[in-house]
Design a binder for this molecule. Sequence first.
Ligand SMILES: [Zn+2]
Length: 495
Amino acid sequence: MPDRDYFNTDSSTVIIQEAYRMYLTRLFELVGSSSEQAKLNAQKVYEIDKEIASSHRTRVELRDVKANYNKIAIRDLDVKHPNIGWSRLLKDLYAQTDSINVGQPTYYDKLNELLKTVSIQDWKVYLKAKSLINYSNALSKAFVDASFEYDKIISGQAVQKSRGEKMASAVDQNLGEALGQSYVKRYFSEEAKMRMLDLVNNIQKAYATRIDKLEWMSDSTKQKAKEKLFAITKKIGYPDKWKDYSNVHIARDTYFENLVSANATAFQRNFDKLGKSVDKTEWFTTPSTVTAYNNPTANEIVFPAGILQPPYFDNNADDALNYGGIGMVIGHELTHTFDDQGAQFDKEGNVKNWWTEEDYKKFKSKIQQVIDQYSEFTVLDSLRINGAMTVGENTADIAGIAVAYDAFKMTQQGQDTTKLGDFSPDQRFFLSIAKIWRVKMKDEFLRLWINNNSHSPPMWRVNGPLMNTTPFYHAFNVQPEDRMYLPEEERITIW
Ligand SMILES: [Zn+2]
């Protein structure tokens, strides 16, 4: 199930609950249970899941940085959760540590309770179900089809992906930095890397100027914000050091075993980090992925080669296209350094306050404005954006565009008015923003997105921030009767 809230009883989730039980039933039938037994098993698994889900925090609660950090001594956990048996568990995993960070304590409290109240037979059924779900896409066609029937209900996807597409993503997911080496050779030149670094540096400079001009922030907080801004590590294209896959065993006729081997290697790689200092060169995405991220605990921003391609970035295109495209993404990632969560981390990546009390209060009230504004955007029938869940991303979109625009205005083209095609440089900048978020979605997928994704849906990643962007009004002569018009006093500027 996609989230804890899918166990609630409204009409759209009840359909998915039923689909989940049917999926589980089918999986048990496929491994030999009678249809009667399969149904009983499915019901048991469903009930355990529902119990566990009740102990999970909501996605909005999970945005609370401090609540997610609970360093607890193992000996205290042993007392608190005798049924989990932490010491024994960690010993069996060869994990030497005297404390761990328990992200969601209520989940482990619930697990400790369930380990006593649920029978061992039922746990076996439960774990069998979870293994089948994990690997259903790697098994024979009947399993793959069962998994797809469930996905269809959840996401509205009409046809399965081709074998070629599935295999390409399997290679990316499991051997991403091996694939990445050939990807960057083919699709990411050194010149492109230099141009991208130039864009990042210009937008970073424009950011500092914006901070200097903020009317709501005191000079001492401005100073700290700029120190943090210039301490950011920039990772562009691909990692300096490649992951080693020599322990992964691959053979042409053992697909399932190949995946198990890749998973085991990835698990071991993570486990080996225990007790060692953090490897700051590590990447948490693969080079060929179309994404970008900000990692607040390392104060770093990361842009894999996969997103440094048209329509986001084109080494041969004009500045308007690049500042509107990848420029918005760069501004967005820089802003995560200063969103509702990022603002709580210092320049070293520690959760540590660097704000004056007064400034932080003003910042929080601006964050609340973003929450309130986006909560009014209706996406599908009566479904609205969850303003509190998406506030970090929306803040990053609003400020990301503002700073990318400022940086664009410092280029030669930004200061010019010569049209290219039928559009002025400013119009081309804003069109490029709209272009990078062009997608088509089924209603089911949009609903899934709204409930679970911390980003606003793509259309609102354009319309939402641009309603707050005054230069956009000038570029396209937006008037009060236009649907995207907001009175000036309602347009939000945070950074
Ligand atoms: Zn983001």
